[in-house]
Write a protein that binds this ligand. Structure first.
Ligand code: HEC
Ligand code: HEC
Ligand code: HEC
Ligand code: HEC
Ligand code: HEC
Ligand code: HEC
Ligand code: HEC
Length: 353
């Protein structure tokens, strides 16, 4: 997380695309003040006066193609308040608050670019001079709401309670500091049940990236005090997504067979109905399907509601189904029939008529 925003003059290696192949909206390296991102997509900012603006093309990392970068009306809520032109959309209000520490809305200066220590631990100069546990915020020593809000301040789609703030449309929780109530600054986007829109599927599962917070607060795990950092160690690990353990072992710490947390079967195979070690036996393929769009075509991230989306619900609302996303040659009717033979499953919950 520490390396999203980089200046290509200081870090030439940060520029992972070949600008010569960009025919979407040409620009030169001299125009780039910052490159943004490297995992799913890379965007480019130019600087005019004290403000940065997004250039009109992005590099799709997995697809190896350039595509237009422009936030269309009817997508992000703030787009309607800006003229339809990237050079009229400074990144201070729309981006920088989540990609820096201490963005000052008056001076437009940051204390530091990217997700530095103080973004999650609060002001630390006193702590650095006299390190004790009392003069630093530790997200693991607070209530479960403030704990996960340390992450949800950036990993969510929402809007400030006051719109606009001093005439500007901010897409991040201006003024919030870790340990405070995020709800005093920020309102999560709300799903309209029964309707799929830019942000949500019709069942309330997120439809796009950067919505782990919107998803996770719906889960039973959240209500039982599990936090984002029960599973992720943001100081860095060798696992995908900074997981504390590889995904196939992570869940089992709390979900061994017959655990009171579930599954309530004597073996995991009786729960998954797939051979141990096979692709279909992995917890995340059914409980965290790759359905949330990262923007570029065919680039998805995992749902974090942990709900199983049944084949019936998927049909009813046009949500991708975990069974048939993997069994691509089969229908959802086939999947429903298969689940009917799973004796431990409730037909009421999975609409198995
Ligand atoms: C994205 C948020 C985030 C960032 C950035 C971050 N931390 Fe943390 N840090 C946490 C969380 C969450 C915990 C609690 C983790 C746990 O106990 O599971 C933690 C715990 C710690 C602890 C352990 C404290 C204790 O008493 O056990 C130390 C030390 C620490 N962080 C230092 C740092 C330093 C130094 C940096 C910057 C280089 C940093 N952190 C950056 C979120 C963050
Ligand atoms: C200041 C905003 C901010 C905060 C606070 C924050 N994140 Fe992030 N996080 C980001 C950004 C930006 C990225 C994109 C990283 C990239 O492109 O390398 C990211 C990426 C991630 C990733 C996936 C990418 C990877 O590194 O493999 C995970 C997992 C993650 N964050 C977890 C957390 C958790 C858990 C917390 C809370 C302890 C947290 N984040 C707090 C902004 C934030
Ligand atoms: C509310 C906080 C927030 C705002 C506002 C925000 N981002 Fe992000 N951004 C994140 C987080 C968190 C991630 C990583 C998690 C994810 O994408 O699911 C991310 C990821 C990214 C990535 C992908 C990184 C990669 O390695 O592929 C890019 C590029 C990016 N943001 C650019 C922008 C731009 C440009 C804007 C303004 C138009 C913006 N962001 C506004 C929080 C934010
Ligand atoms: C119960 C465990 C668990 C919790 C809690 C959890 N995550 Fe995750 N997260 C995962 C797993 C597993 C993956 C996918 C890893 C894989 O594919 O190997 C993941 C992936 C991610 C990614 C990378 C994008 C993607 O989906 O591939 C981000 C960013 C992320 N999580 C952020 C968060 C944030 C922020 C929270 C809290 C709001 C959170 N996670 C809570 C387990 C968890
Ligand atoms: C740190 C412990 C912990 C970890 C790690 C963990 N869980 Fe959980 N999980 C819980 C607890 C506690 C509950 C709530 C049990 C209850 O009260 O019924 C729960 C509940 C659930 C539920 C039922 C929720 C519902 O909405 O019906 C699912 C599904 C689930 N977890 C999946 C996972 C998956 C998948 C992983 C791994 C990516 C995972 N869990 C990792 C502790 C954990
Ligand atoms: C092939 C699909 C599939 C796989 C793989 C899978 N589950 Fe489930 N899981 C389900 C279904 C279906 C339900 C029932 C959902 C409902 O009732 O809404 C469920 C329910 C649960 C529940 C809620 C309690 C219960 O028993 O109903 C927990 C906890 C859970 N799963 C954990 C896990 C864990 C941990 C793994 C990995 C070892 C896993 N699941 C792998 C399909 C799967
Ligand atoms: C990530 C991929 C994946 C997912 C998701 C998945 N499966 Fe499977 N499935 C497999 C694989 C691989 C096999 C063959 C190995 C085995 O039996 O475990 C299989 C075998 C089966 C079989 C027995 C062989 C056959 O084709 O008749 C059935 C039935 C089945 N899956 C149903 C389901 C249902 C229902 C779901 C959703 C709840 C599901 N699967 C989710 C990969 C997956």
């Amino acid at each position: 997380m520490a390396n999203v925003v980089r200046d290509p003059r200081e870090h030439p290696e940060a520029l992972i695309s070949d600008l010569a192949t960009n025919r979407v909206a040409k620009f030169t390296v001299d125009q780039i003040a910052f490159v943004y991102g490297s995992l799913w997509k890379q965007r480019y900012f130019t600087k005019v006066g004290a403000d940065y603006y997004p250039l009109g093309a992005q590099w799709e990392v997995k697809n190896h193609v350039w595509s237009k970068y422009f936030v269309r009306p009817g997508t992000d809520w703030w787009a309607q308040y800006y003229p339809p032109n990237n050079m009229a959309r400074p990144t201070g209000p729309t981006c920088d608050g989540c990609h820096s520490v201490g963005y000052d809305i008056r001076t437009k200066q940051v204390a530091e670019w990217n997700v530095g220590c103080e973004r999650c631990h609060g002001p630390a100069s006193e702590h650095a001079a006299h390190p004790t546990q009392r003069n630093i915020f530790n997200p693991s020593r607070t209530n479960y709401v403030a704990a996960s809000d340390t992450c949800i301040q950036c990993h969510s789609q929402g809007r400030p309670l006051t719109i606009p703030i001093e005439g500007k449309y901010y897409d991040w929780p201006v003024g919030y500091r870790v340990g405070e109530r995020l709800q005093d600054y920020w309102k999560l986007e709300e799903p309209t049940l029964g309707r799929t829109d830019f942000y949500y599927f019709a069942d309330g599962t997120a439809h796009k990236n950067r919505m782990q917070g919107n998803d996770f607060v719906q889960s039973i795990m959240y209500r039982r005090g599990i936090t984002c950092f029960s599973c992720h160690d943001v100081h860095g690990t060798n696992n995908y997504a900074q997981l504390t353990k590889p995904a196939d072992r992570l869940c089992l710490d709390c979900h061994a067979p017959l655990s009171p947390n579930g599954p309530r079967t004597a073996t995991l195979e009786e729960h998954t109905h797939h051979k141990p070690g096979s692709a279909g036996s992995q917890c995340i393929v059914c409980h965290m399907p790759l359905i949330e769009s990262e923007g570029p075509a065919n680039t998805f991230v995992h749902a974090h509601t942990f709900r199983f989306i049944s084949p019936q619900l998927a049909d009813q609302y046009g949500i991708p189904n975990p069974c048939t996303s993997c069994h691509k040659d089969k229908s959802t009717t086939w999947a429903t029939k298969a689940i009917k033979n799973w004796p431990e499953r409730s037909p009421w919950r999975l609409q198995l008529d």
